[in-house]
Design a protein around this ligand. Structure first.
Ligand code: MSP
Length: 649
């Protein structure tokens, strides 16, 4: 089957950061992997350029909206080009053919009766470009997604009949098991749909920076809602709505849409509903990754701790960076970027495990056989190691199909470990002394063959470095060598190994300035101590005023992820959705009483205005309420499910 892989299209209101780079690296890896396997593959990325937010950013920068969009869009394109991202098309939603496709889709939905005209009065969040029903607002005012203030907007609007797709959507999630990856995210989407879908306002009259409605509707007051416009990029890029729909025929439906967890809902609910309305096949998988923090903290311009992908790549090597991001985080979970973790991985996994291996066989073959390597005796002396390595290689595909790049790499490193162990165990230098040259050379050749297969499988993640390894081993990585060495499990022909300069020089020091981690200032710590002391001496029936009570902000949170804090008997690390832009990380001492299964997708009550504190080096951004007596500890939970972020009190 042909492959179609996409990244989200990036808003042009700021420059790329490592979150954007991460999605792009994964998508590029998946596309390269499919291409290497000889599958016809199309890889799409681009920029999302319409909407009020962008209109306003341009104004702030004193530029015309188009000029501003052109500039920022170019920074994304240049970055990906500099990184050699192997995309087949870079789409911009301001492209003329995209706009025509969007208008055609709108007209089709309208003619079908799925889009109708009505009135909308609602709370609108400009930042999220979304209307919210009052019941979902925080404190009747703030956006449940980003926490910013909303404004009441009343306008005539066209609506998409999302509500009539509830059943078909639920059936889709049930029948297409891998529609949402990782599967652990499925429930949050199902629950959202089960709570009832409102028809979706798909046009705006309050600004003009958007795709106009199709001419036939004769209504130039409206422009299209940016999410309708944006989602349709996945098909307009393939020529939907144009005279030439050959790419549509060849590549639609998408194999994998890569998205961040914050935009999963748009892709897993709105997008399939739009496609159902257009009578088009549905994508195979929406793959949602987690969020990146830096040194345990959210990245933000005001904190000055945003990691620039270009800077990191320039200092530490682009492909090392790519390897780190894909290896560090289980797909779907949040990840933390820290220079320490990055440097440790480069030194131990790339430099020691992989780079040294190549140096060692160059050294040994130089001494023993004038750099000539022959695979003739590999199977004779190393059947078990070779078979074990082949099994490892065979196990890799399913990890890539499920976007588990961290598992893929972890597994691939087992092949390197077989090679490293073989050198220690069979000690070719001893064999040479014992006059067993054939055996010594067989071990060197075993390692060369393992390196050859590892370099092919690592190629989608580190395209250039692996090509250097392959060229030292006398071949080139491409679809043919993939078939020969992976599908057909062939061994290397006799060859003369080439010397190469070290591919992964060790990094001894952090080379970039660390962003300061904000510890509690001393005064605050002192104050806290004083408060703790005071609290411990008050009587249980001490009376407080209602105002004092309301100084504590209590909110309902939904637990999204849970993992254990290693080395701690008591602590669990939770990611809790409080209806804010990003979930909060909360470190809670409840491990003895609750497991991840008891917690994921359940609700808890959170003290949300506590000063963040560090526990075992990890930032905790809130406290979960619990009651403990001699029989143990139980969490305080709402009696019925409430919207994340609902105020308690
Ligand atoms: N324009 C929409 C997407 C439309 S797709 C039809 C959009 N753009 S965005 O620029 O705001 O975000 C693009 C992607 O970057 C999202 O998938 C988002 O999850 C991801 N990230 C933004 N910040 C991130 C981190 N800190 N970490 C990881 N990814 C994050 O949404």
């Amino acid at each position: 089957m042909n492959n179609y892989v996409t990244t989200p299209i990036y808003y042009v209101n700021g420059e790329a950061h490592i979150g954007h780079a991460y999605t792009t690296f994964i998508a590029d890896t998946l596309a390269r992997y499919a291409k290497l396997q000889g599958k016809k593959t199309y890889f799409l990325t681009g920029t999302d350029e319409h909407g009020q937010k962008i209109e306003e950013s341009a104004k702030k920068n004193g530029k015309s909206t188009k000029e501003f969009a052109d500039e920022i869009s170019a920074t994304f394109k240049n970055l990906w080009d500099g990184f050699d991202i192997d995309y087949d098309k870079f789409i911009r939603t301001t492209d003329e053919d995209h706009k025509i496709g969007v208008q055609k889709a709108f007209k089709t939905m309208y003619d079908k009766g799925d889009i109708y005209k009505g009135d909308y009065e609602g709370h609108y969040c400009i930042s999220c470009e979304t209307f919210f029903p009052e019941s979902q607002l925080i404190d009747n005012e703030f956006c449940p997604d980003c926490g910013r203030g909303t404004t009441i907007v009343k306008e005539e609007s066209y609506f998409f009949k999302l509500s009539s797709y509830e059943d078909r959507l639920l059936k889709l999630y049930e029948e297409q098991d891998d529609f949402i990856l990782p599967r652990s995210r499925k429930n949050e989407v199902i629950n959202f749909v089960k709570n009832g879908l409102h028809d979706l306002s798909v046009t705006r009259t309050s600004f003009t920076w958007g795709v106009p409605l199709p001419k036939e509707l004769n209504d130039d007051k409206h422009v299209m809602y940016v999410w309708l416009d944006a989602l349709l990029n996945y098909i307009t890029a393939l020529g939907y709505g144009s005279d030439d729909e050959s790419l549509m025929k060849e590549f639609w439906p998408a194999t994998k849409h890569l998205v961040g967890k914050d935009i999963l809902r748009f892709h897993a609910i709105y997008w399939p509903a739009f496609l159902m309305s257009l009578d088009l096949p549905l994508p195979k998988s929406i793959c949602a990754h987690g969020w990146w923090t830096r040194d345990g903290e959210k990245m933000s311009k005001s904190k000055g701790n945003v990691v620039s992908p270009k800077e990191v790549a320039d200092v530490y090597g682009y492909e090392n960076f790519r390897y780190f991001m894909l290896r560090e985080v289980p797909f779907g979970q949040d990840g933390d970027y820290s220079q320490r973790a990055f440097i440790d991985r480069v030194n131990s996994e790339l430099s020691n495990d992989l780079g040294n291996l190549l140096n060692r066989i160059i050294g040994m073959s130089g001494k023993y056989s004038e750099f000539a390597i022959s695979s003739v005796d590999v199977v004779k002396y190393h059947t078990s190691e070779y078979t074990e390595m082949t099994k490892v290689i065979e196990s890799l595909d399913s990890f890539m199909q499920n976007v588990q790049t961290h598992r893929y790499l972890e597994e691939l490193w087992k092949a390197l470990s077989i090679a490293n162990k073989s050198i220690e165990q069979y000690a070719p230098w001893v064999k040479m002394k014992e006059n067993k040259k054939d055996e010594a050379l067989a071990t060197v050749a075993l390692v060369a063959n393992i390196l050859a297969k590892v370099s092919i499988m690592l190629n989608p993640i580190m395209p250039h470095t692996t090509q250097k390894i392959a060229s030292a081993l006398g071949f080139e990585i491409n679809a043919d060598s993939y078939t020969r060495f992976i599908d057909d499990d062939d061994v290397l022909s006799d060859f003369v190994i080439q010397k190469v300069p070290p591919l992964f020089p060790r990094i001894e020091e952090p080379l970039m300035n660390e962003a300061p981690i904000q510890e509690h200032p001393k005064e605050v710590k002192k104050e806290q101590k004083a408060v703790e002391k005071k609290v411990s001496t008050v009587e249980e029936d001490n009376i407080i005023t209602i105002d004092q009570f309301f100084e504590t902000s209590l909110k309902i949170g939904t637990v999204l992820e849970v993992d254990e804090v290693k080395k701690s008997k008591k602590l669990l690390r939770l990611q809790v959705d409080l209806g804010e832009e990003q979930p909060r990380q909360i470190i809670a001492g409840i491990k003895e009483f609750y497991s991840a299964d008891d917690l994921i997708d359940t609700q808890v009550c959170v003290v949300s205005n506590l000063k963040p504190a560090k526990l075992m080096g990890m930032l905790s951004e809130g406290m979960i309420l619990a009651a403990k007596d001699k029989d143990g500890l139980v969490l305080v939970r709402p009696e019925k499910r409430k919207t994340s972020g609902t105020k308690v009190g």
